[in-house]
Design a binder for this molecule. Structure first.
Ligand SMILES: [Zn+2]
Ligand SMILES: [Zn+2]
Length: 355
């Protein structure tokens, strides 16, 4: 398998971001990112899908969309939509109709910032996802780099500190988001977790202070979704686009916070007597199954089964032999800037009873 670093969920001047597509492409080329999925609010921009290049480096940039009902008060229920080629924001007031339309068109949809609390000091309301009766979506944005600010900054002074030192913000996906994900998985749904940046690179002024808060380049080096594909990018726009979306839809990916240490090279796999599986896949319990996690650097590792931590270890590997069906995933943490911070969150392997 090949690993592509995908940064997803970001805004340009087509909605409330400060950068153009060209500027986002340039920022991405300065980082280790391979693919950008750009998601302006309620507009699918046409004619901008392309590779941005600098010498031998290239980044694939694809226009996608973040859809929400602008007439709703508060404006909750944000959905990230990828790979549809068609404007669907007219369905924003009916999340289930939106999901159904995305599926009909062969696209993907992820519940954006499922837990997104209010930030009264800046007049920001709670924009968490509300409509949990919706079914059929691809997955959820488990970790959102921008909304995490709301959980750490309690007032204006905090916000100024984090504007200058944004690397102090990320701690990991919110506990509530993790428990929502585990609960969805426990119902038998195949729910893919992704990490999004929600980059806006907004300009902020507070008295004499003027600053672009959380520049695109910062976000692209921070929370990424690492996608496992059968081959590297080929240079064919249609093929590469399909390959990236297929891998995301299947859950062949993990979330990596790449600032404490690059997360490239992580793997989580299962080996049975006659079969094997990777993230997002099923494996049948035909005898025991060996789960194996490999980490590019030493970390505090947790193995989670059906939402409960069943094993912890420290190091670069995790091995666990099981005879029990369940939904297994791993989390890894590293010390960075004085705290133990979330570093890697895998998608699950579904260990099923042998039929
Ligand atoms: Zn949003
Ligand atoms: Zn957004």
């Amino acid at each position: 398998m090949h690993e592509l670093v995908v940064n997803l969920h970001m805004h340009t001047t087509y909605s409330d971001g400060s950068g153009t597509y060209a500027e986002l492409g340039q920022a991405a080329l300065k980082t280790g990112v391979d693919v950008l999925l750009v998601t302006d609010h309620n507009v699918l921009v046409h004619g901008v899908d392309t590779y941005h290049r600098d010498g031998k480096k290239r980044v694939l940039v694809l226009a996608c969309e973040e859809i929400h009902d602008q007439d709703r008060d508060p404006q909750k229920n944000h959905m990230l939509v990828f790979g549809t080629d068609q404007e669907l924001s007219t369905l924003a007031d009916n999340p289930q109709a939106l999901v159904n339309a995305v599926n009909r068109l062969g696209g993907l949809c992820f519940i954006a910032h499922p837990v997104d609390p209010a930030m009264p000091a800046f007049g920001e309301t709670d924009i968490s996802w509300e409509d949990w009766n919706v079914t059929g979506f691809t997955g959820i944005e488990l970790w959102n780099g921008f909304s995490e600010l709301k959980t750490v900054a309690k007032g204006k002074m905090d916000a100024i500190l984090y504007a200058f030192l944004p690397e102090l913000i990320p701690h990991g996906p919110l506990r509530k988001a993790l428990s929502i994900w585990d609960e969805l998985l426990s119902k038998g749904q195949h729910v893919v977790a992704v990490g999004g940046s929600d980059a806006h690179a907004r300009h902020m002024s507070l008295g004499p202070l003027h600053r672009t808060i959380f520049p695109y380049e910062y976000h692209f080096s921070t929370i990424n979704t690492h996608v496992m594909t059968p081959m590297p990018l080929s240079g064919s726009l249609a093929e590469d686009r399909k390959m990236v979306f297929n891998a995301l839809a299947a859950g062949h990916c993990f979330i990596g916070y790449d600032l404490p240490a690059c997360t490239r090279g992580f793997s989580f796999s299962a080996q049975g007597r006659n079969s094997s599986a990777s993230m997002g896949e099923n494996i049948s319990l035909d005898g025991a199954v060996t789960l194996q996690g490999r980490f590019p650097f030493s970390a505090e590792i947790k193995l989670i089964k059906d939402g409960v931590c069943i094993k912890t270890s420290h190091g670069e590997t995790l091995t666990h032999v099981t005879n029990e069906p369940g939904i297994y995933r791993v989390e890894a943490y590293r010390h960075f800037l004085g705290k133990l911070r979330g570093w890697i969150f895998s998608n699950p392997i579904y260990v099923r009873s042998h039929q």
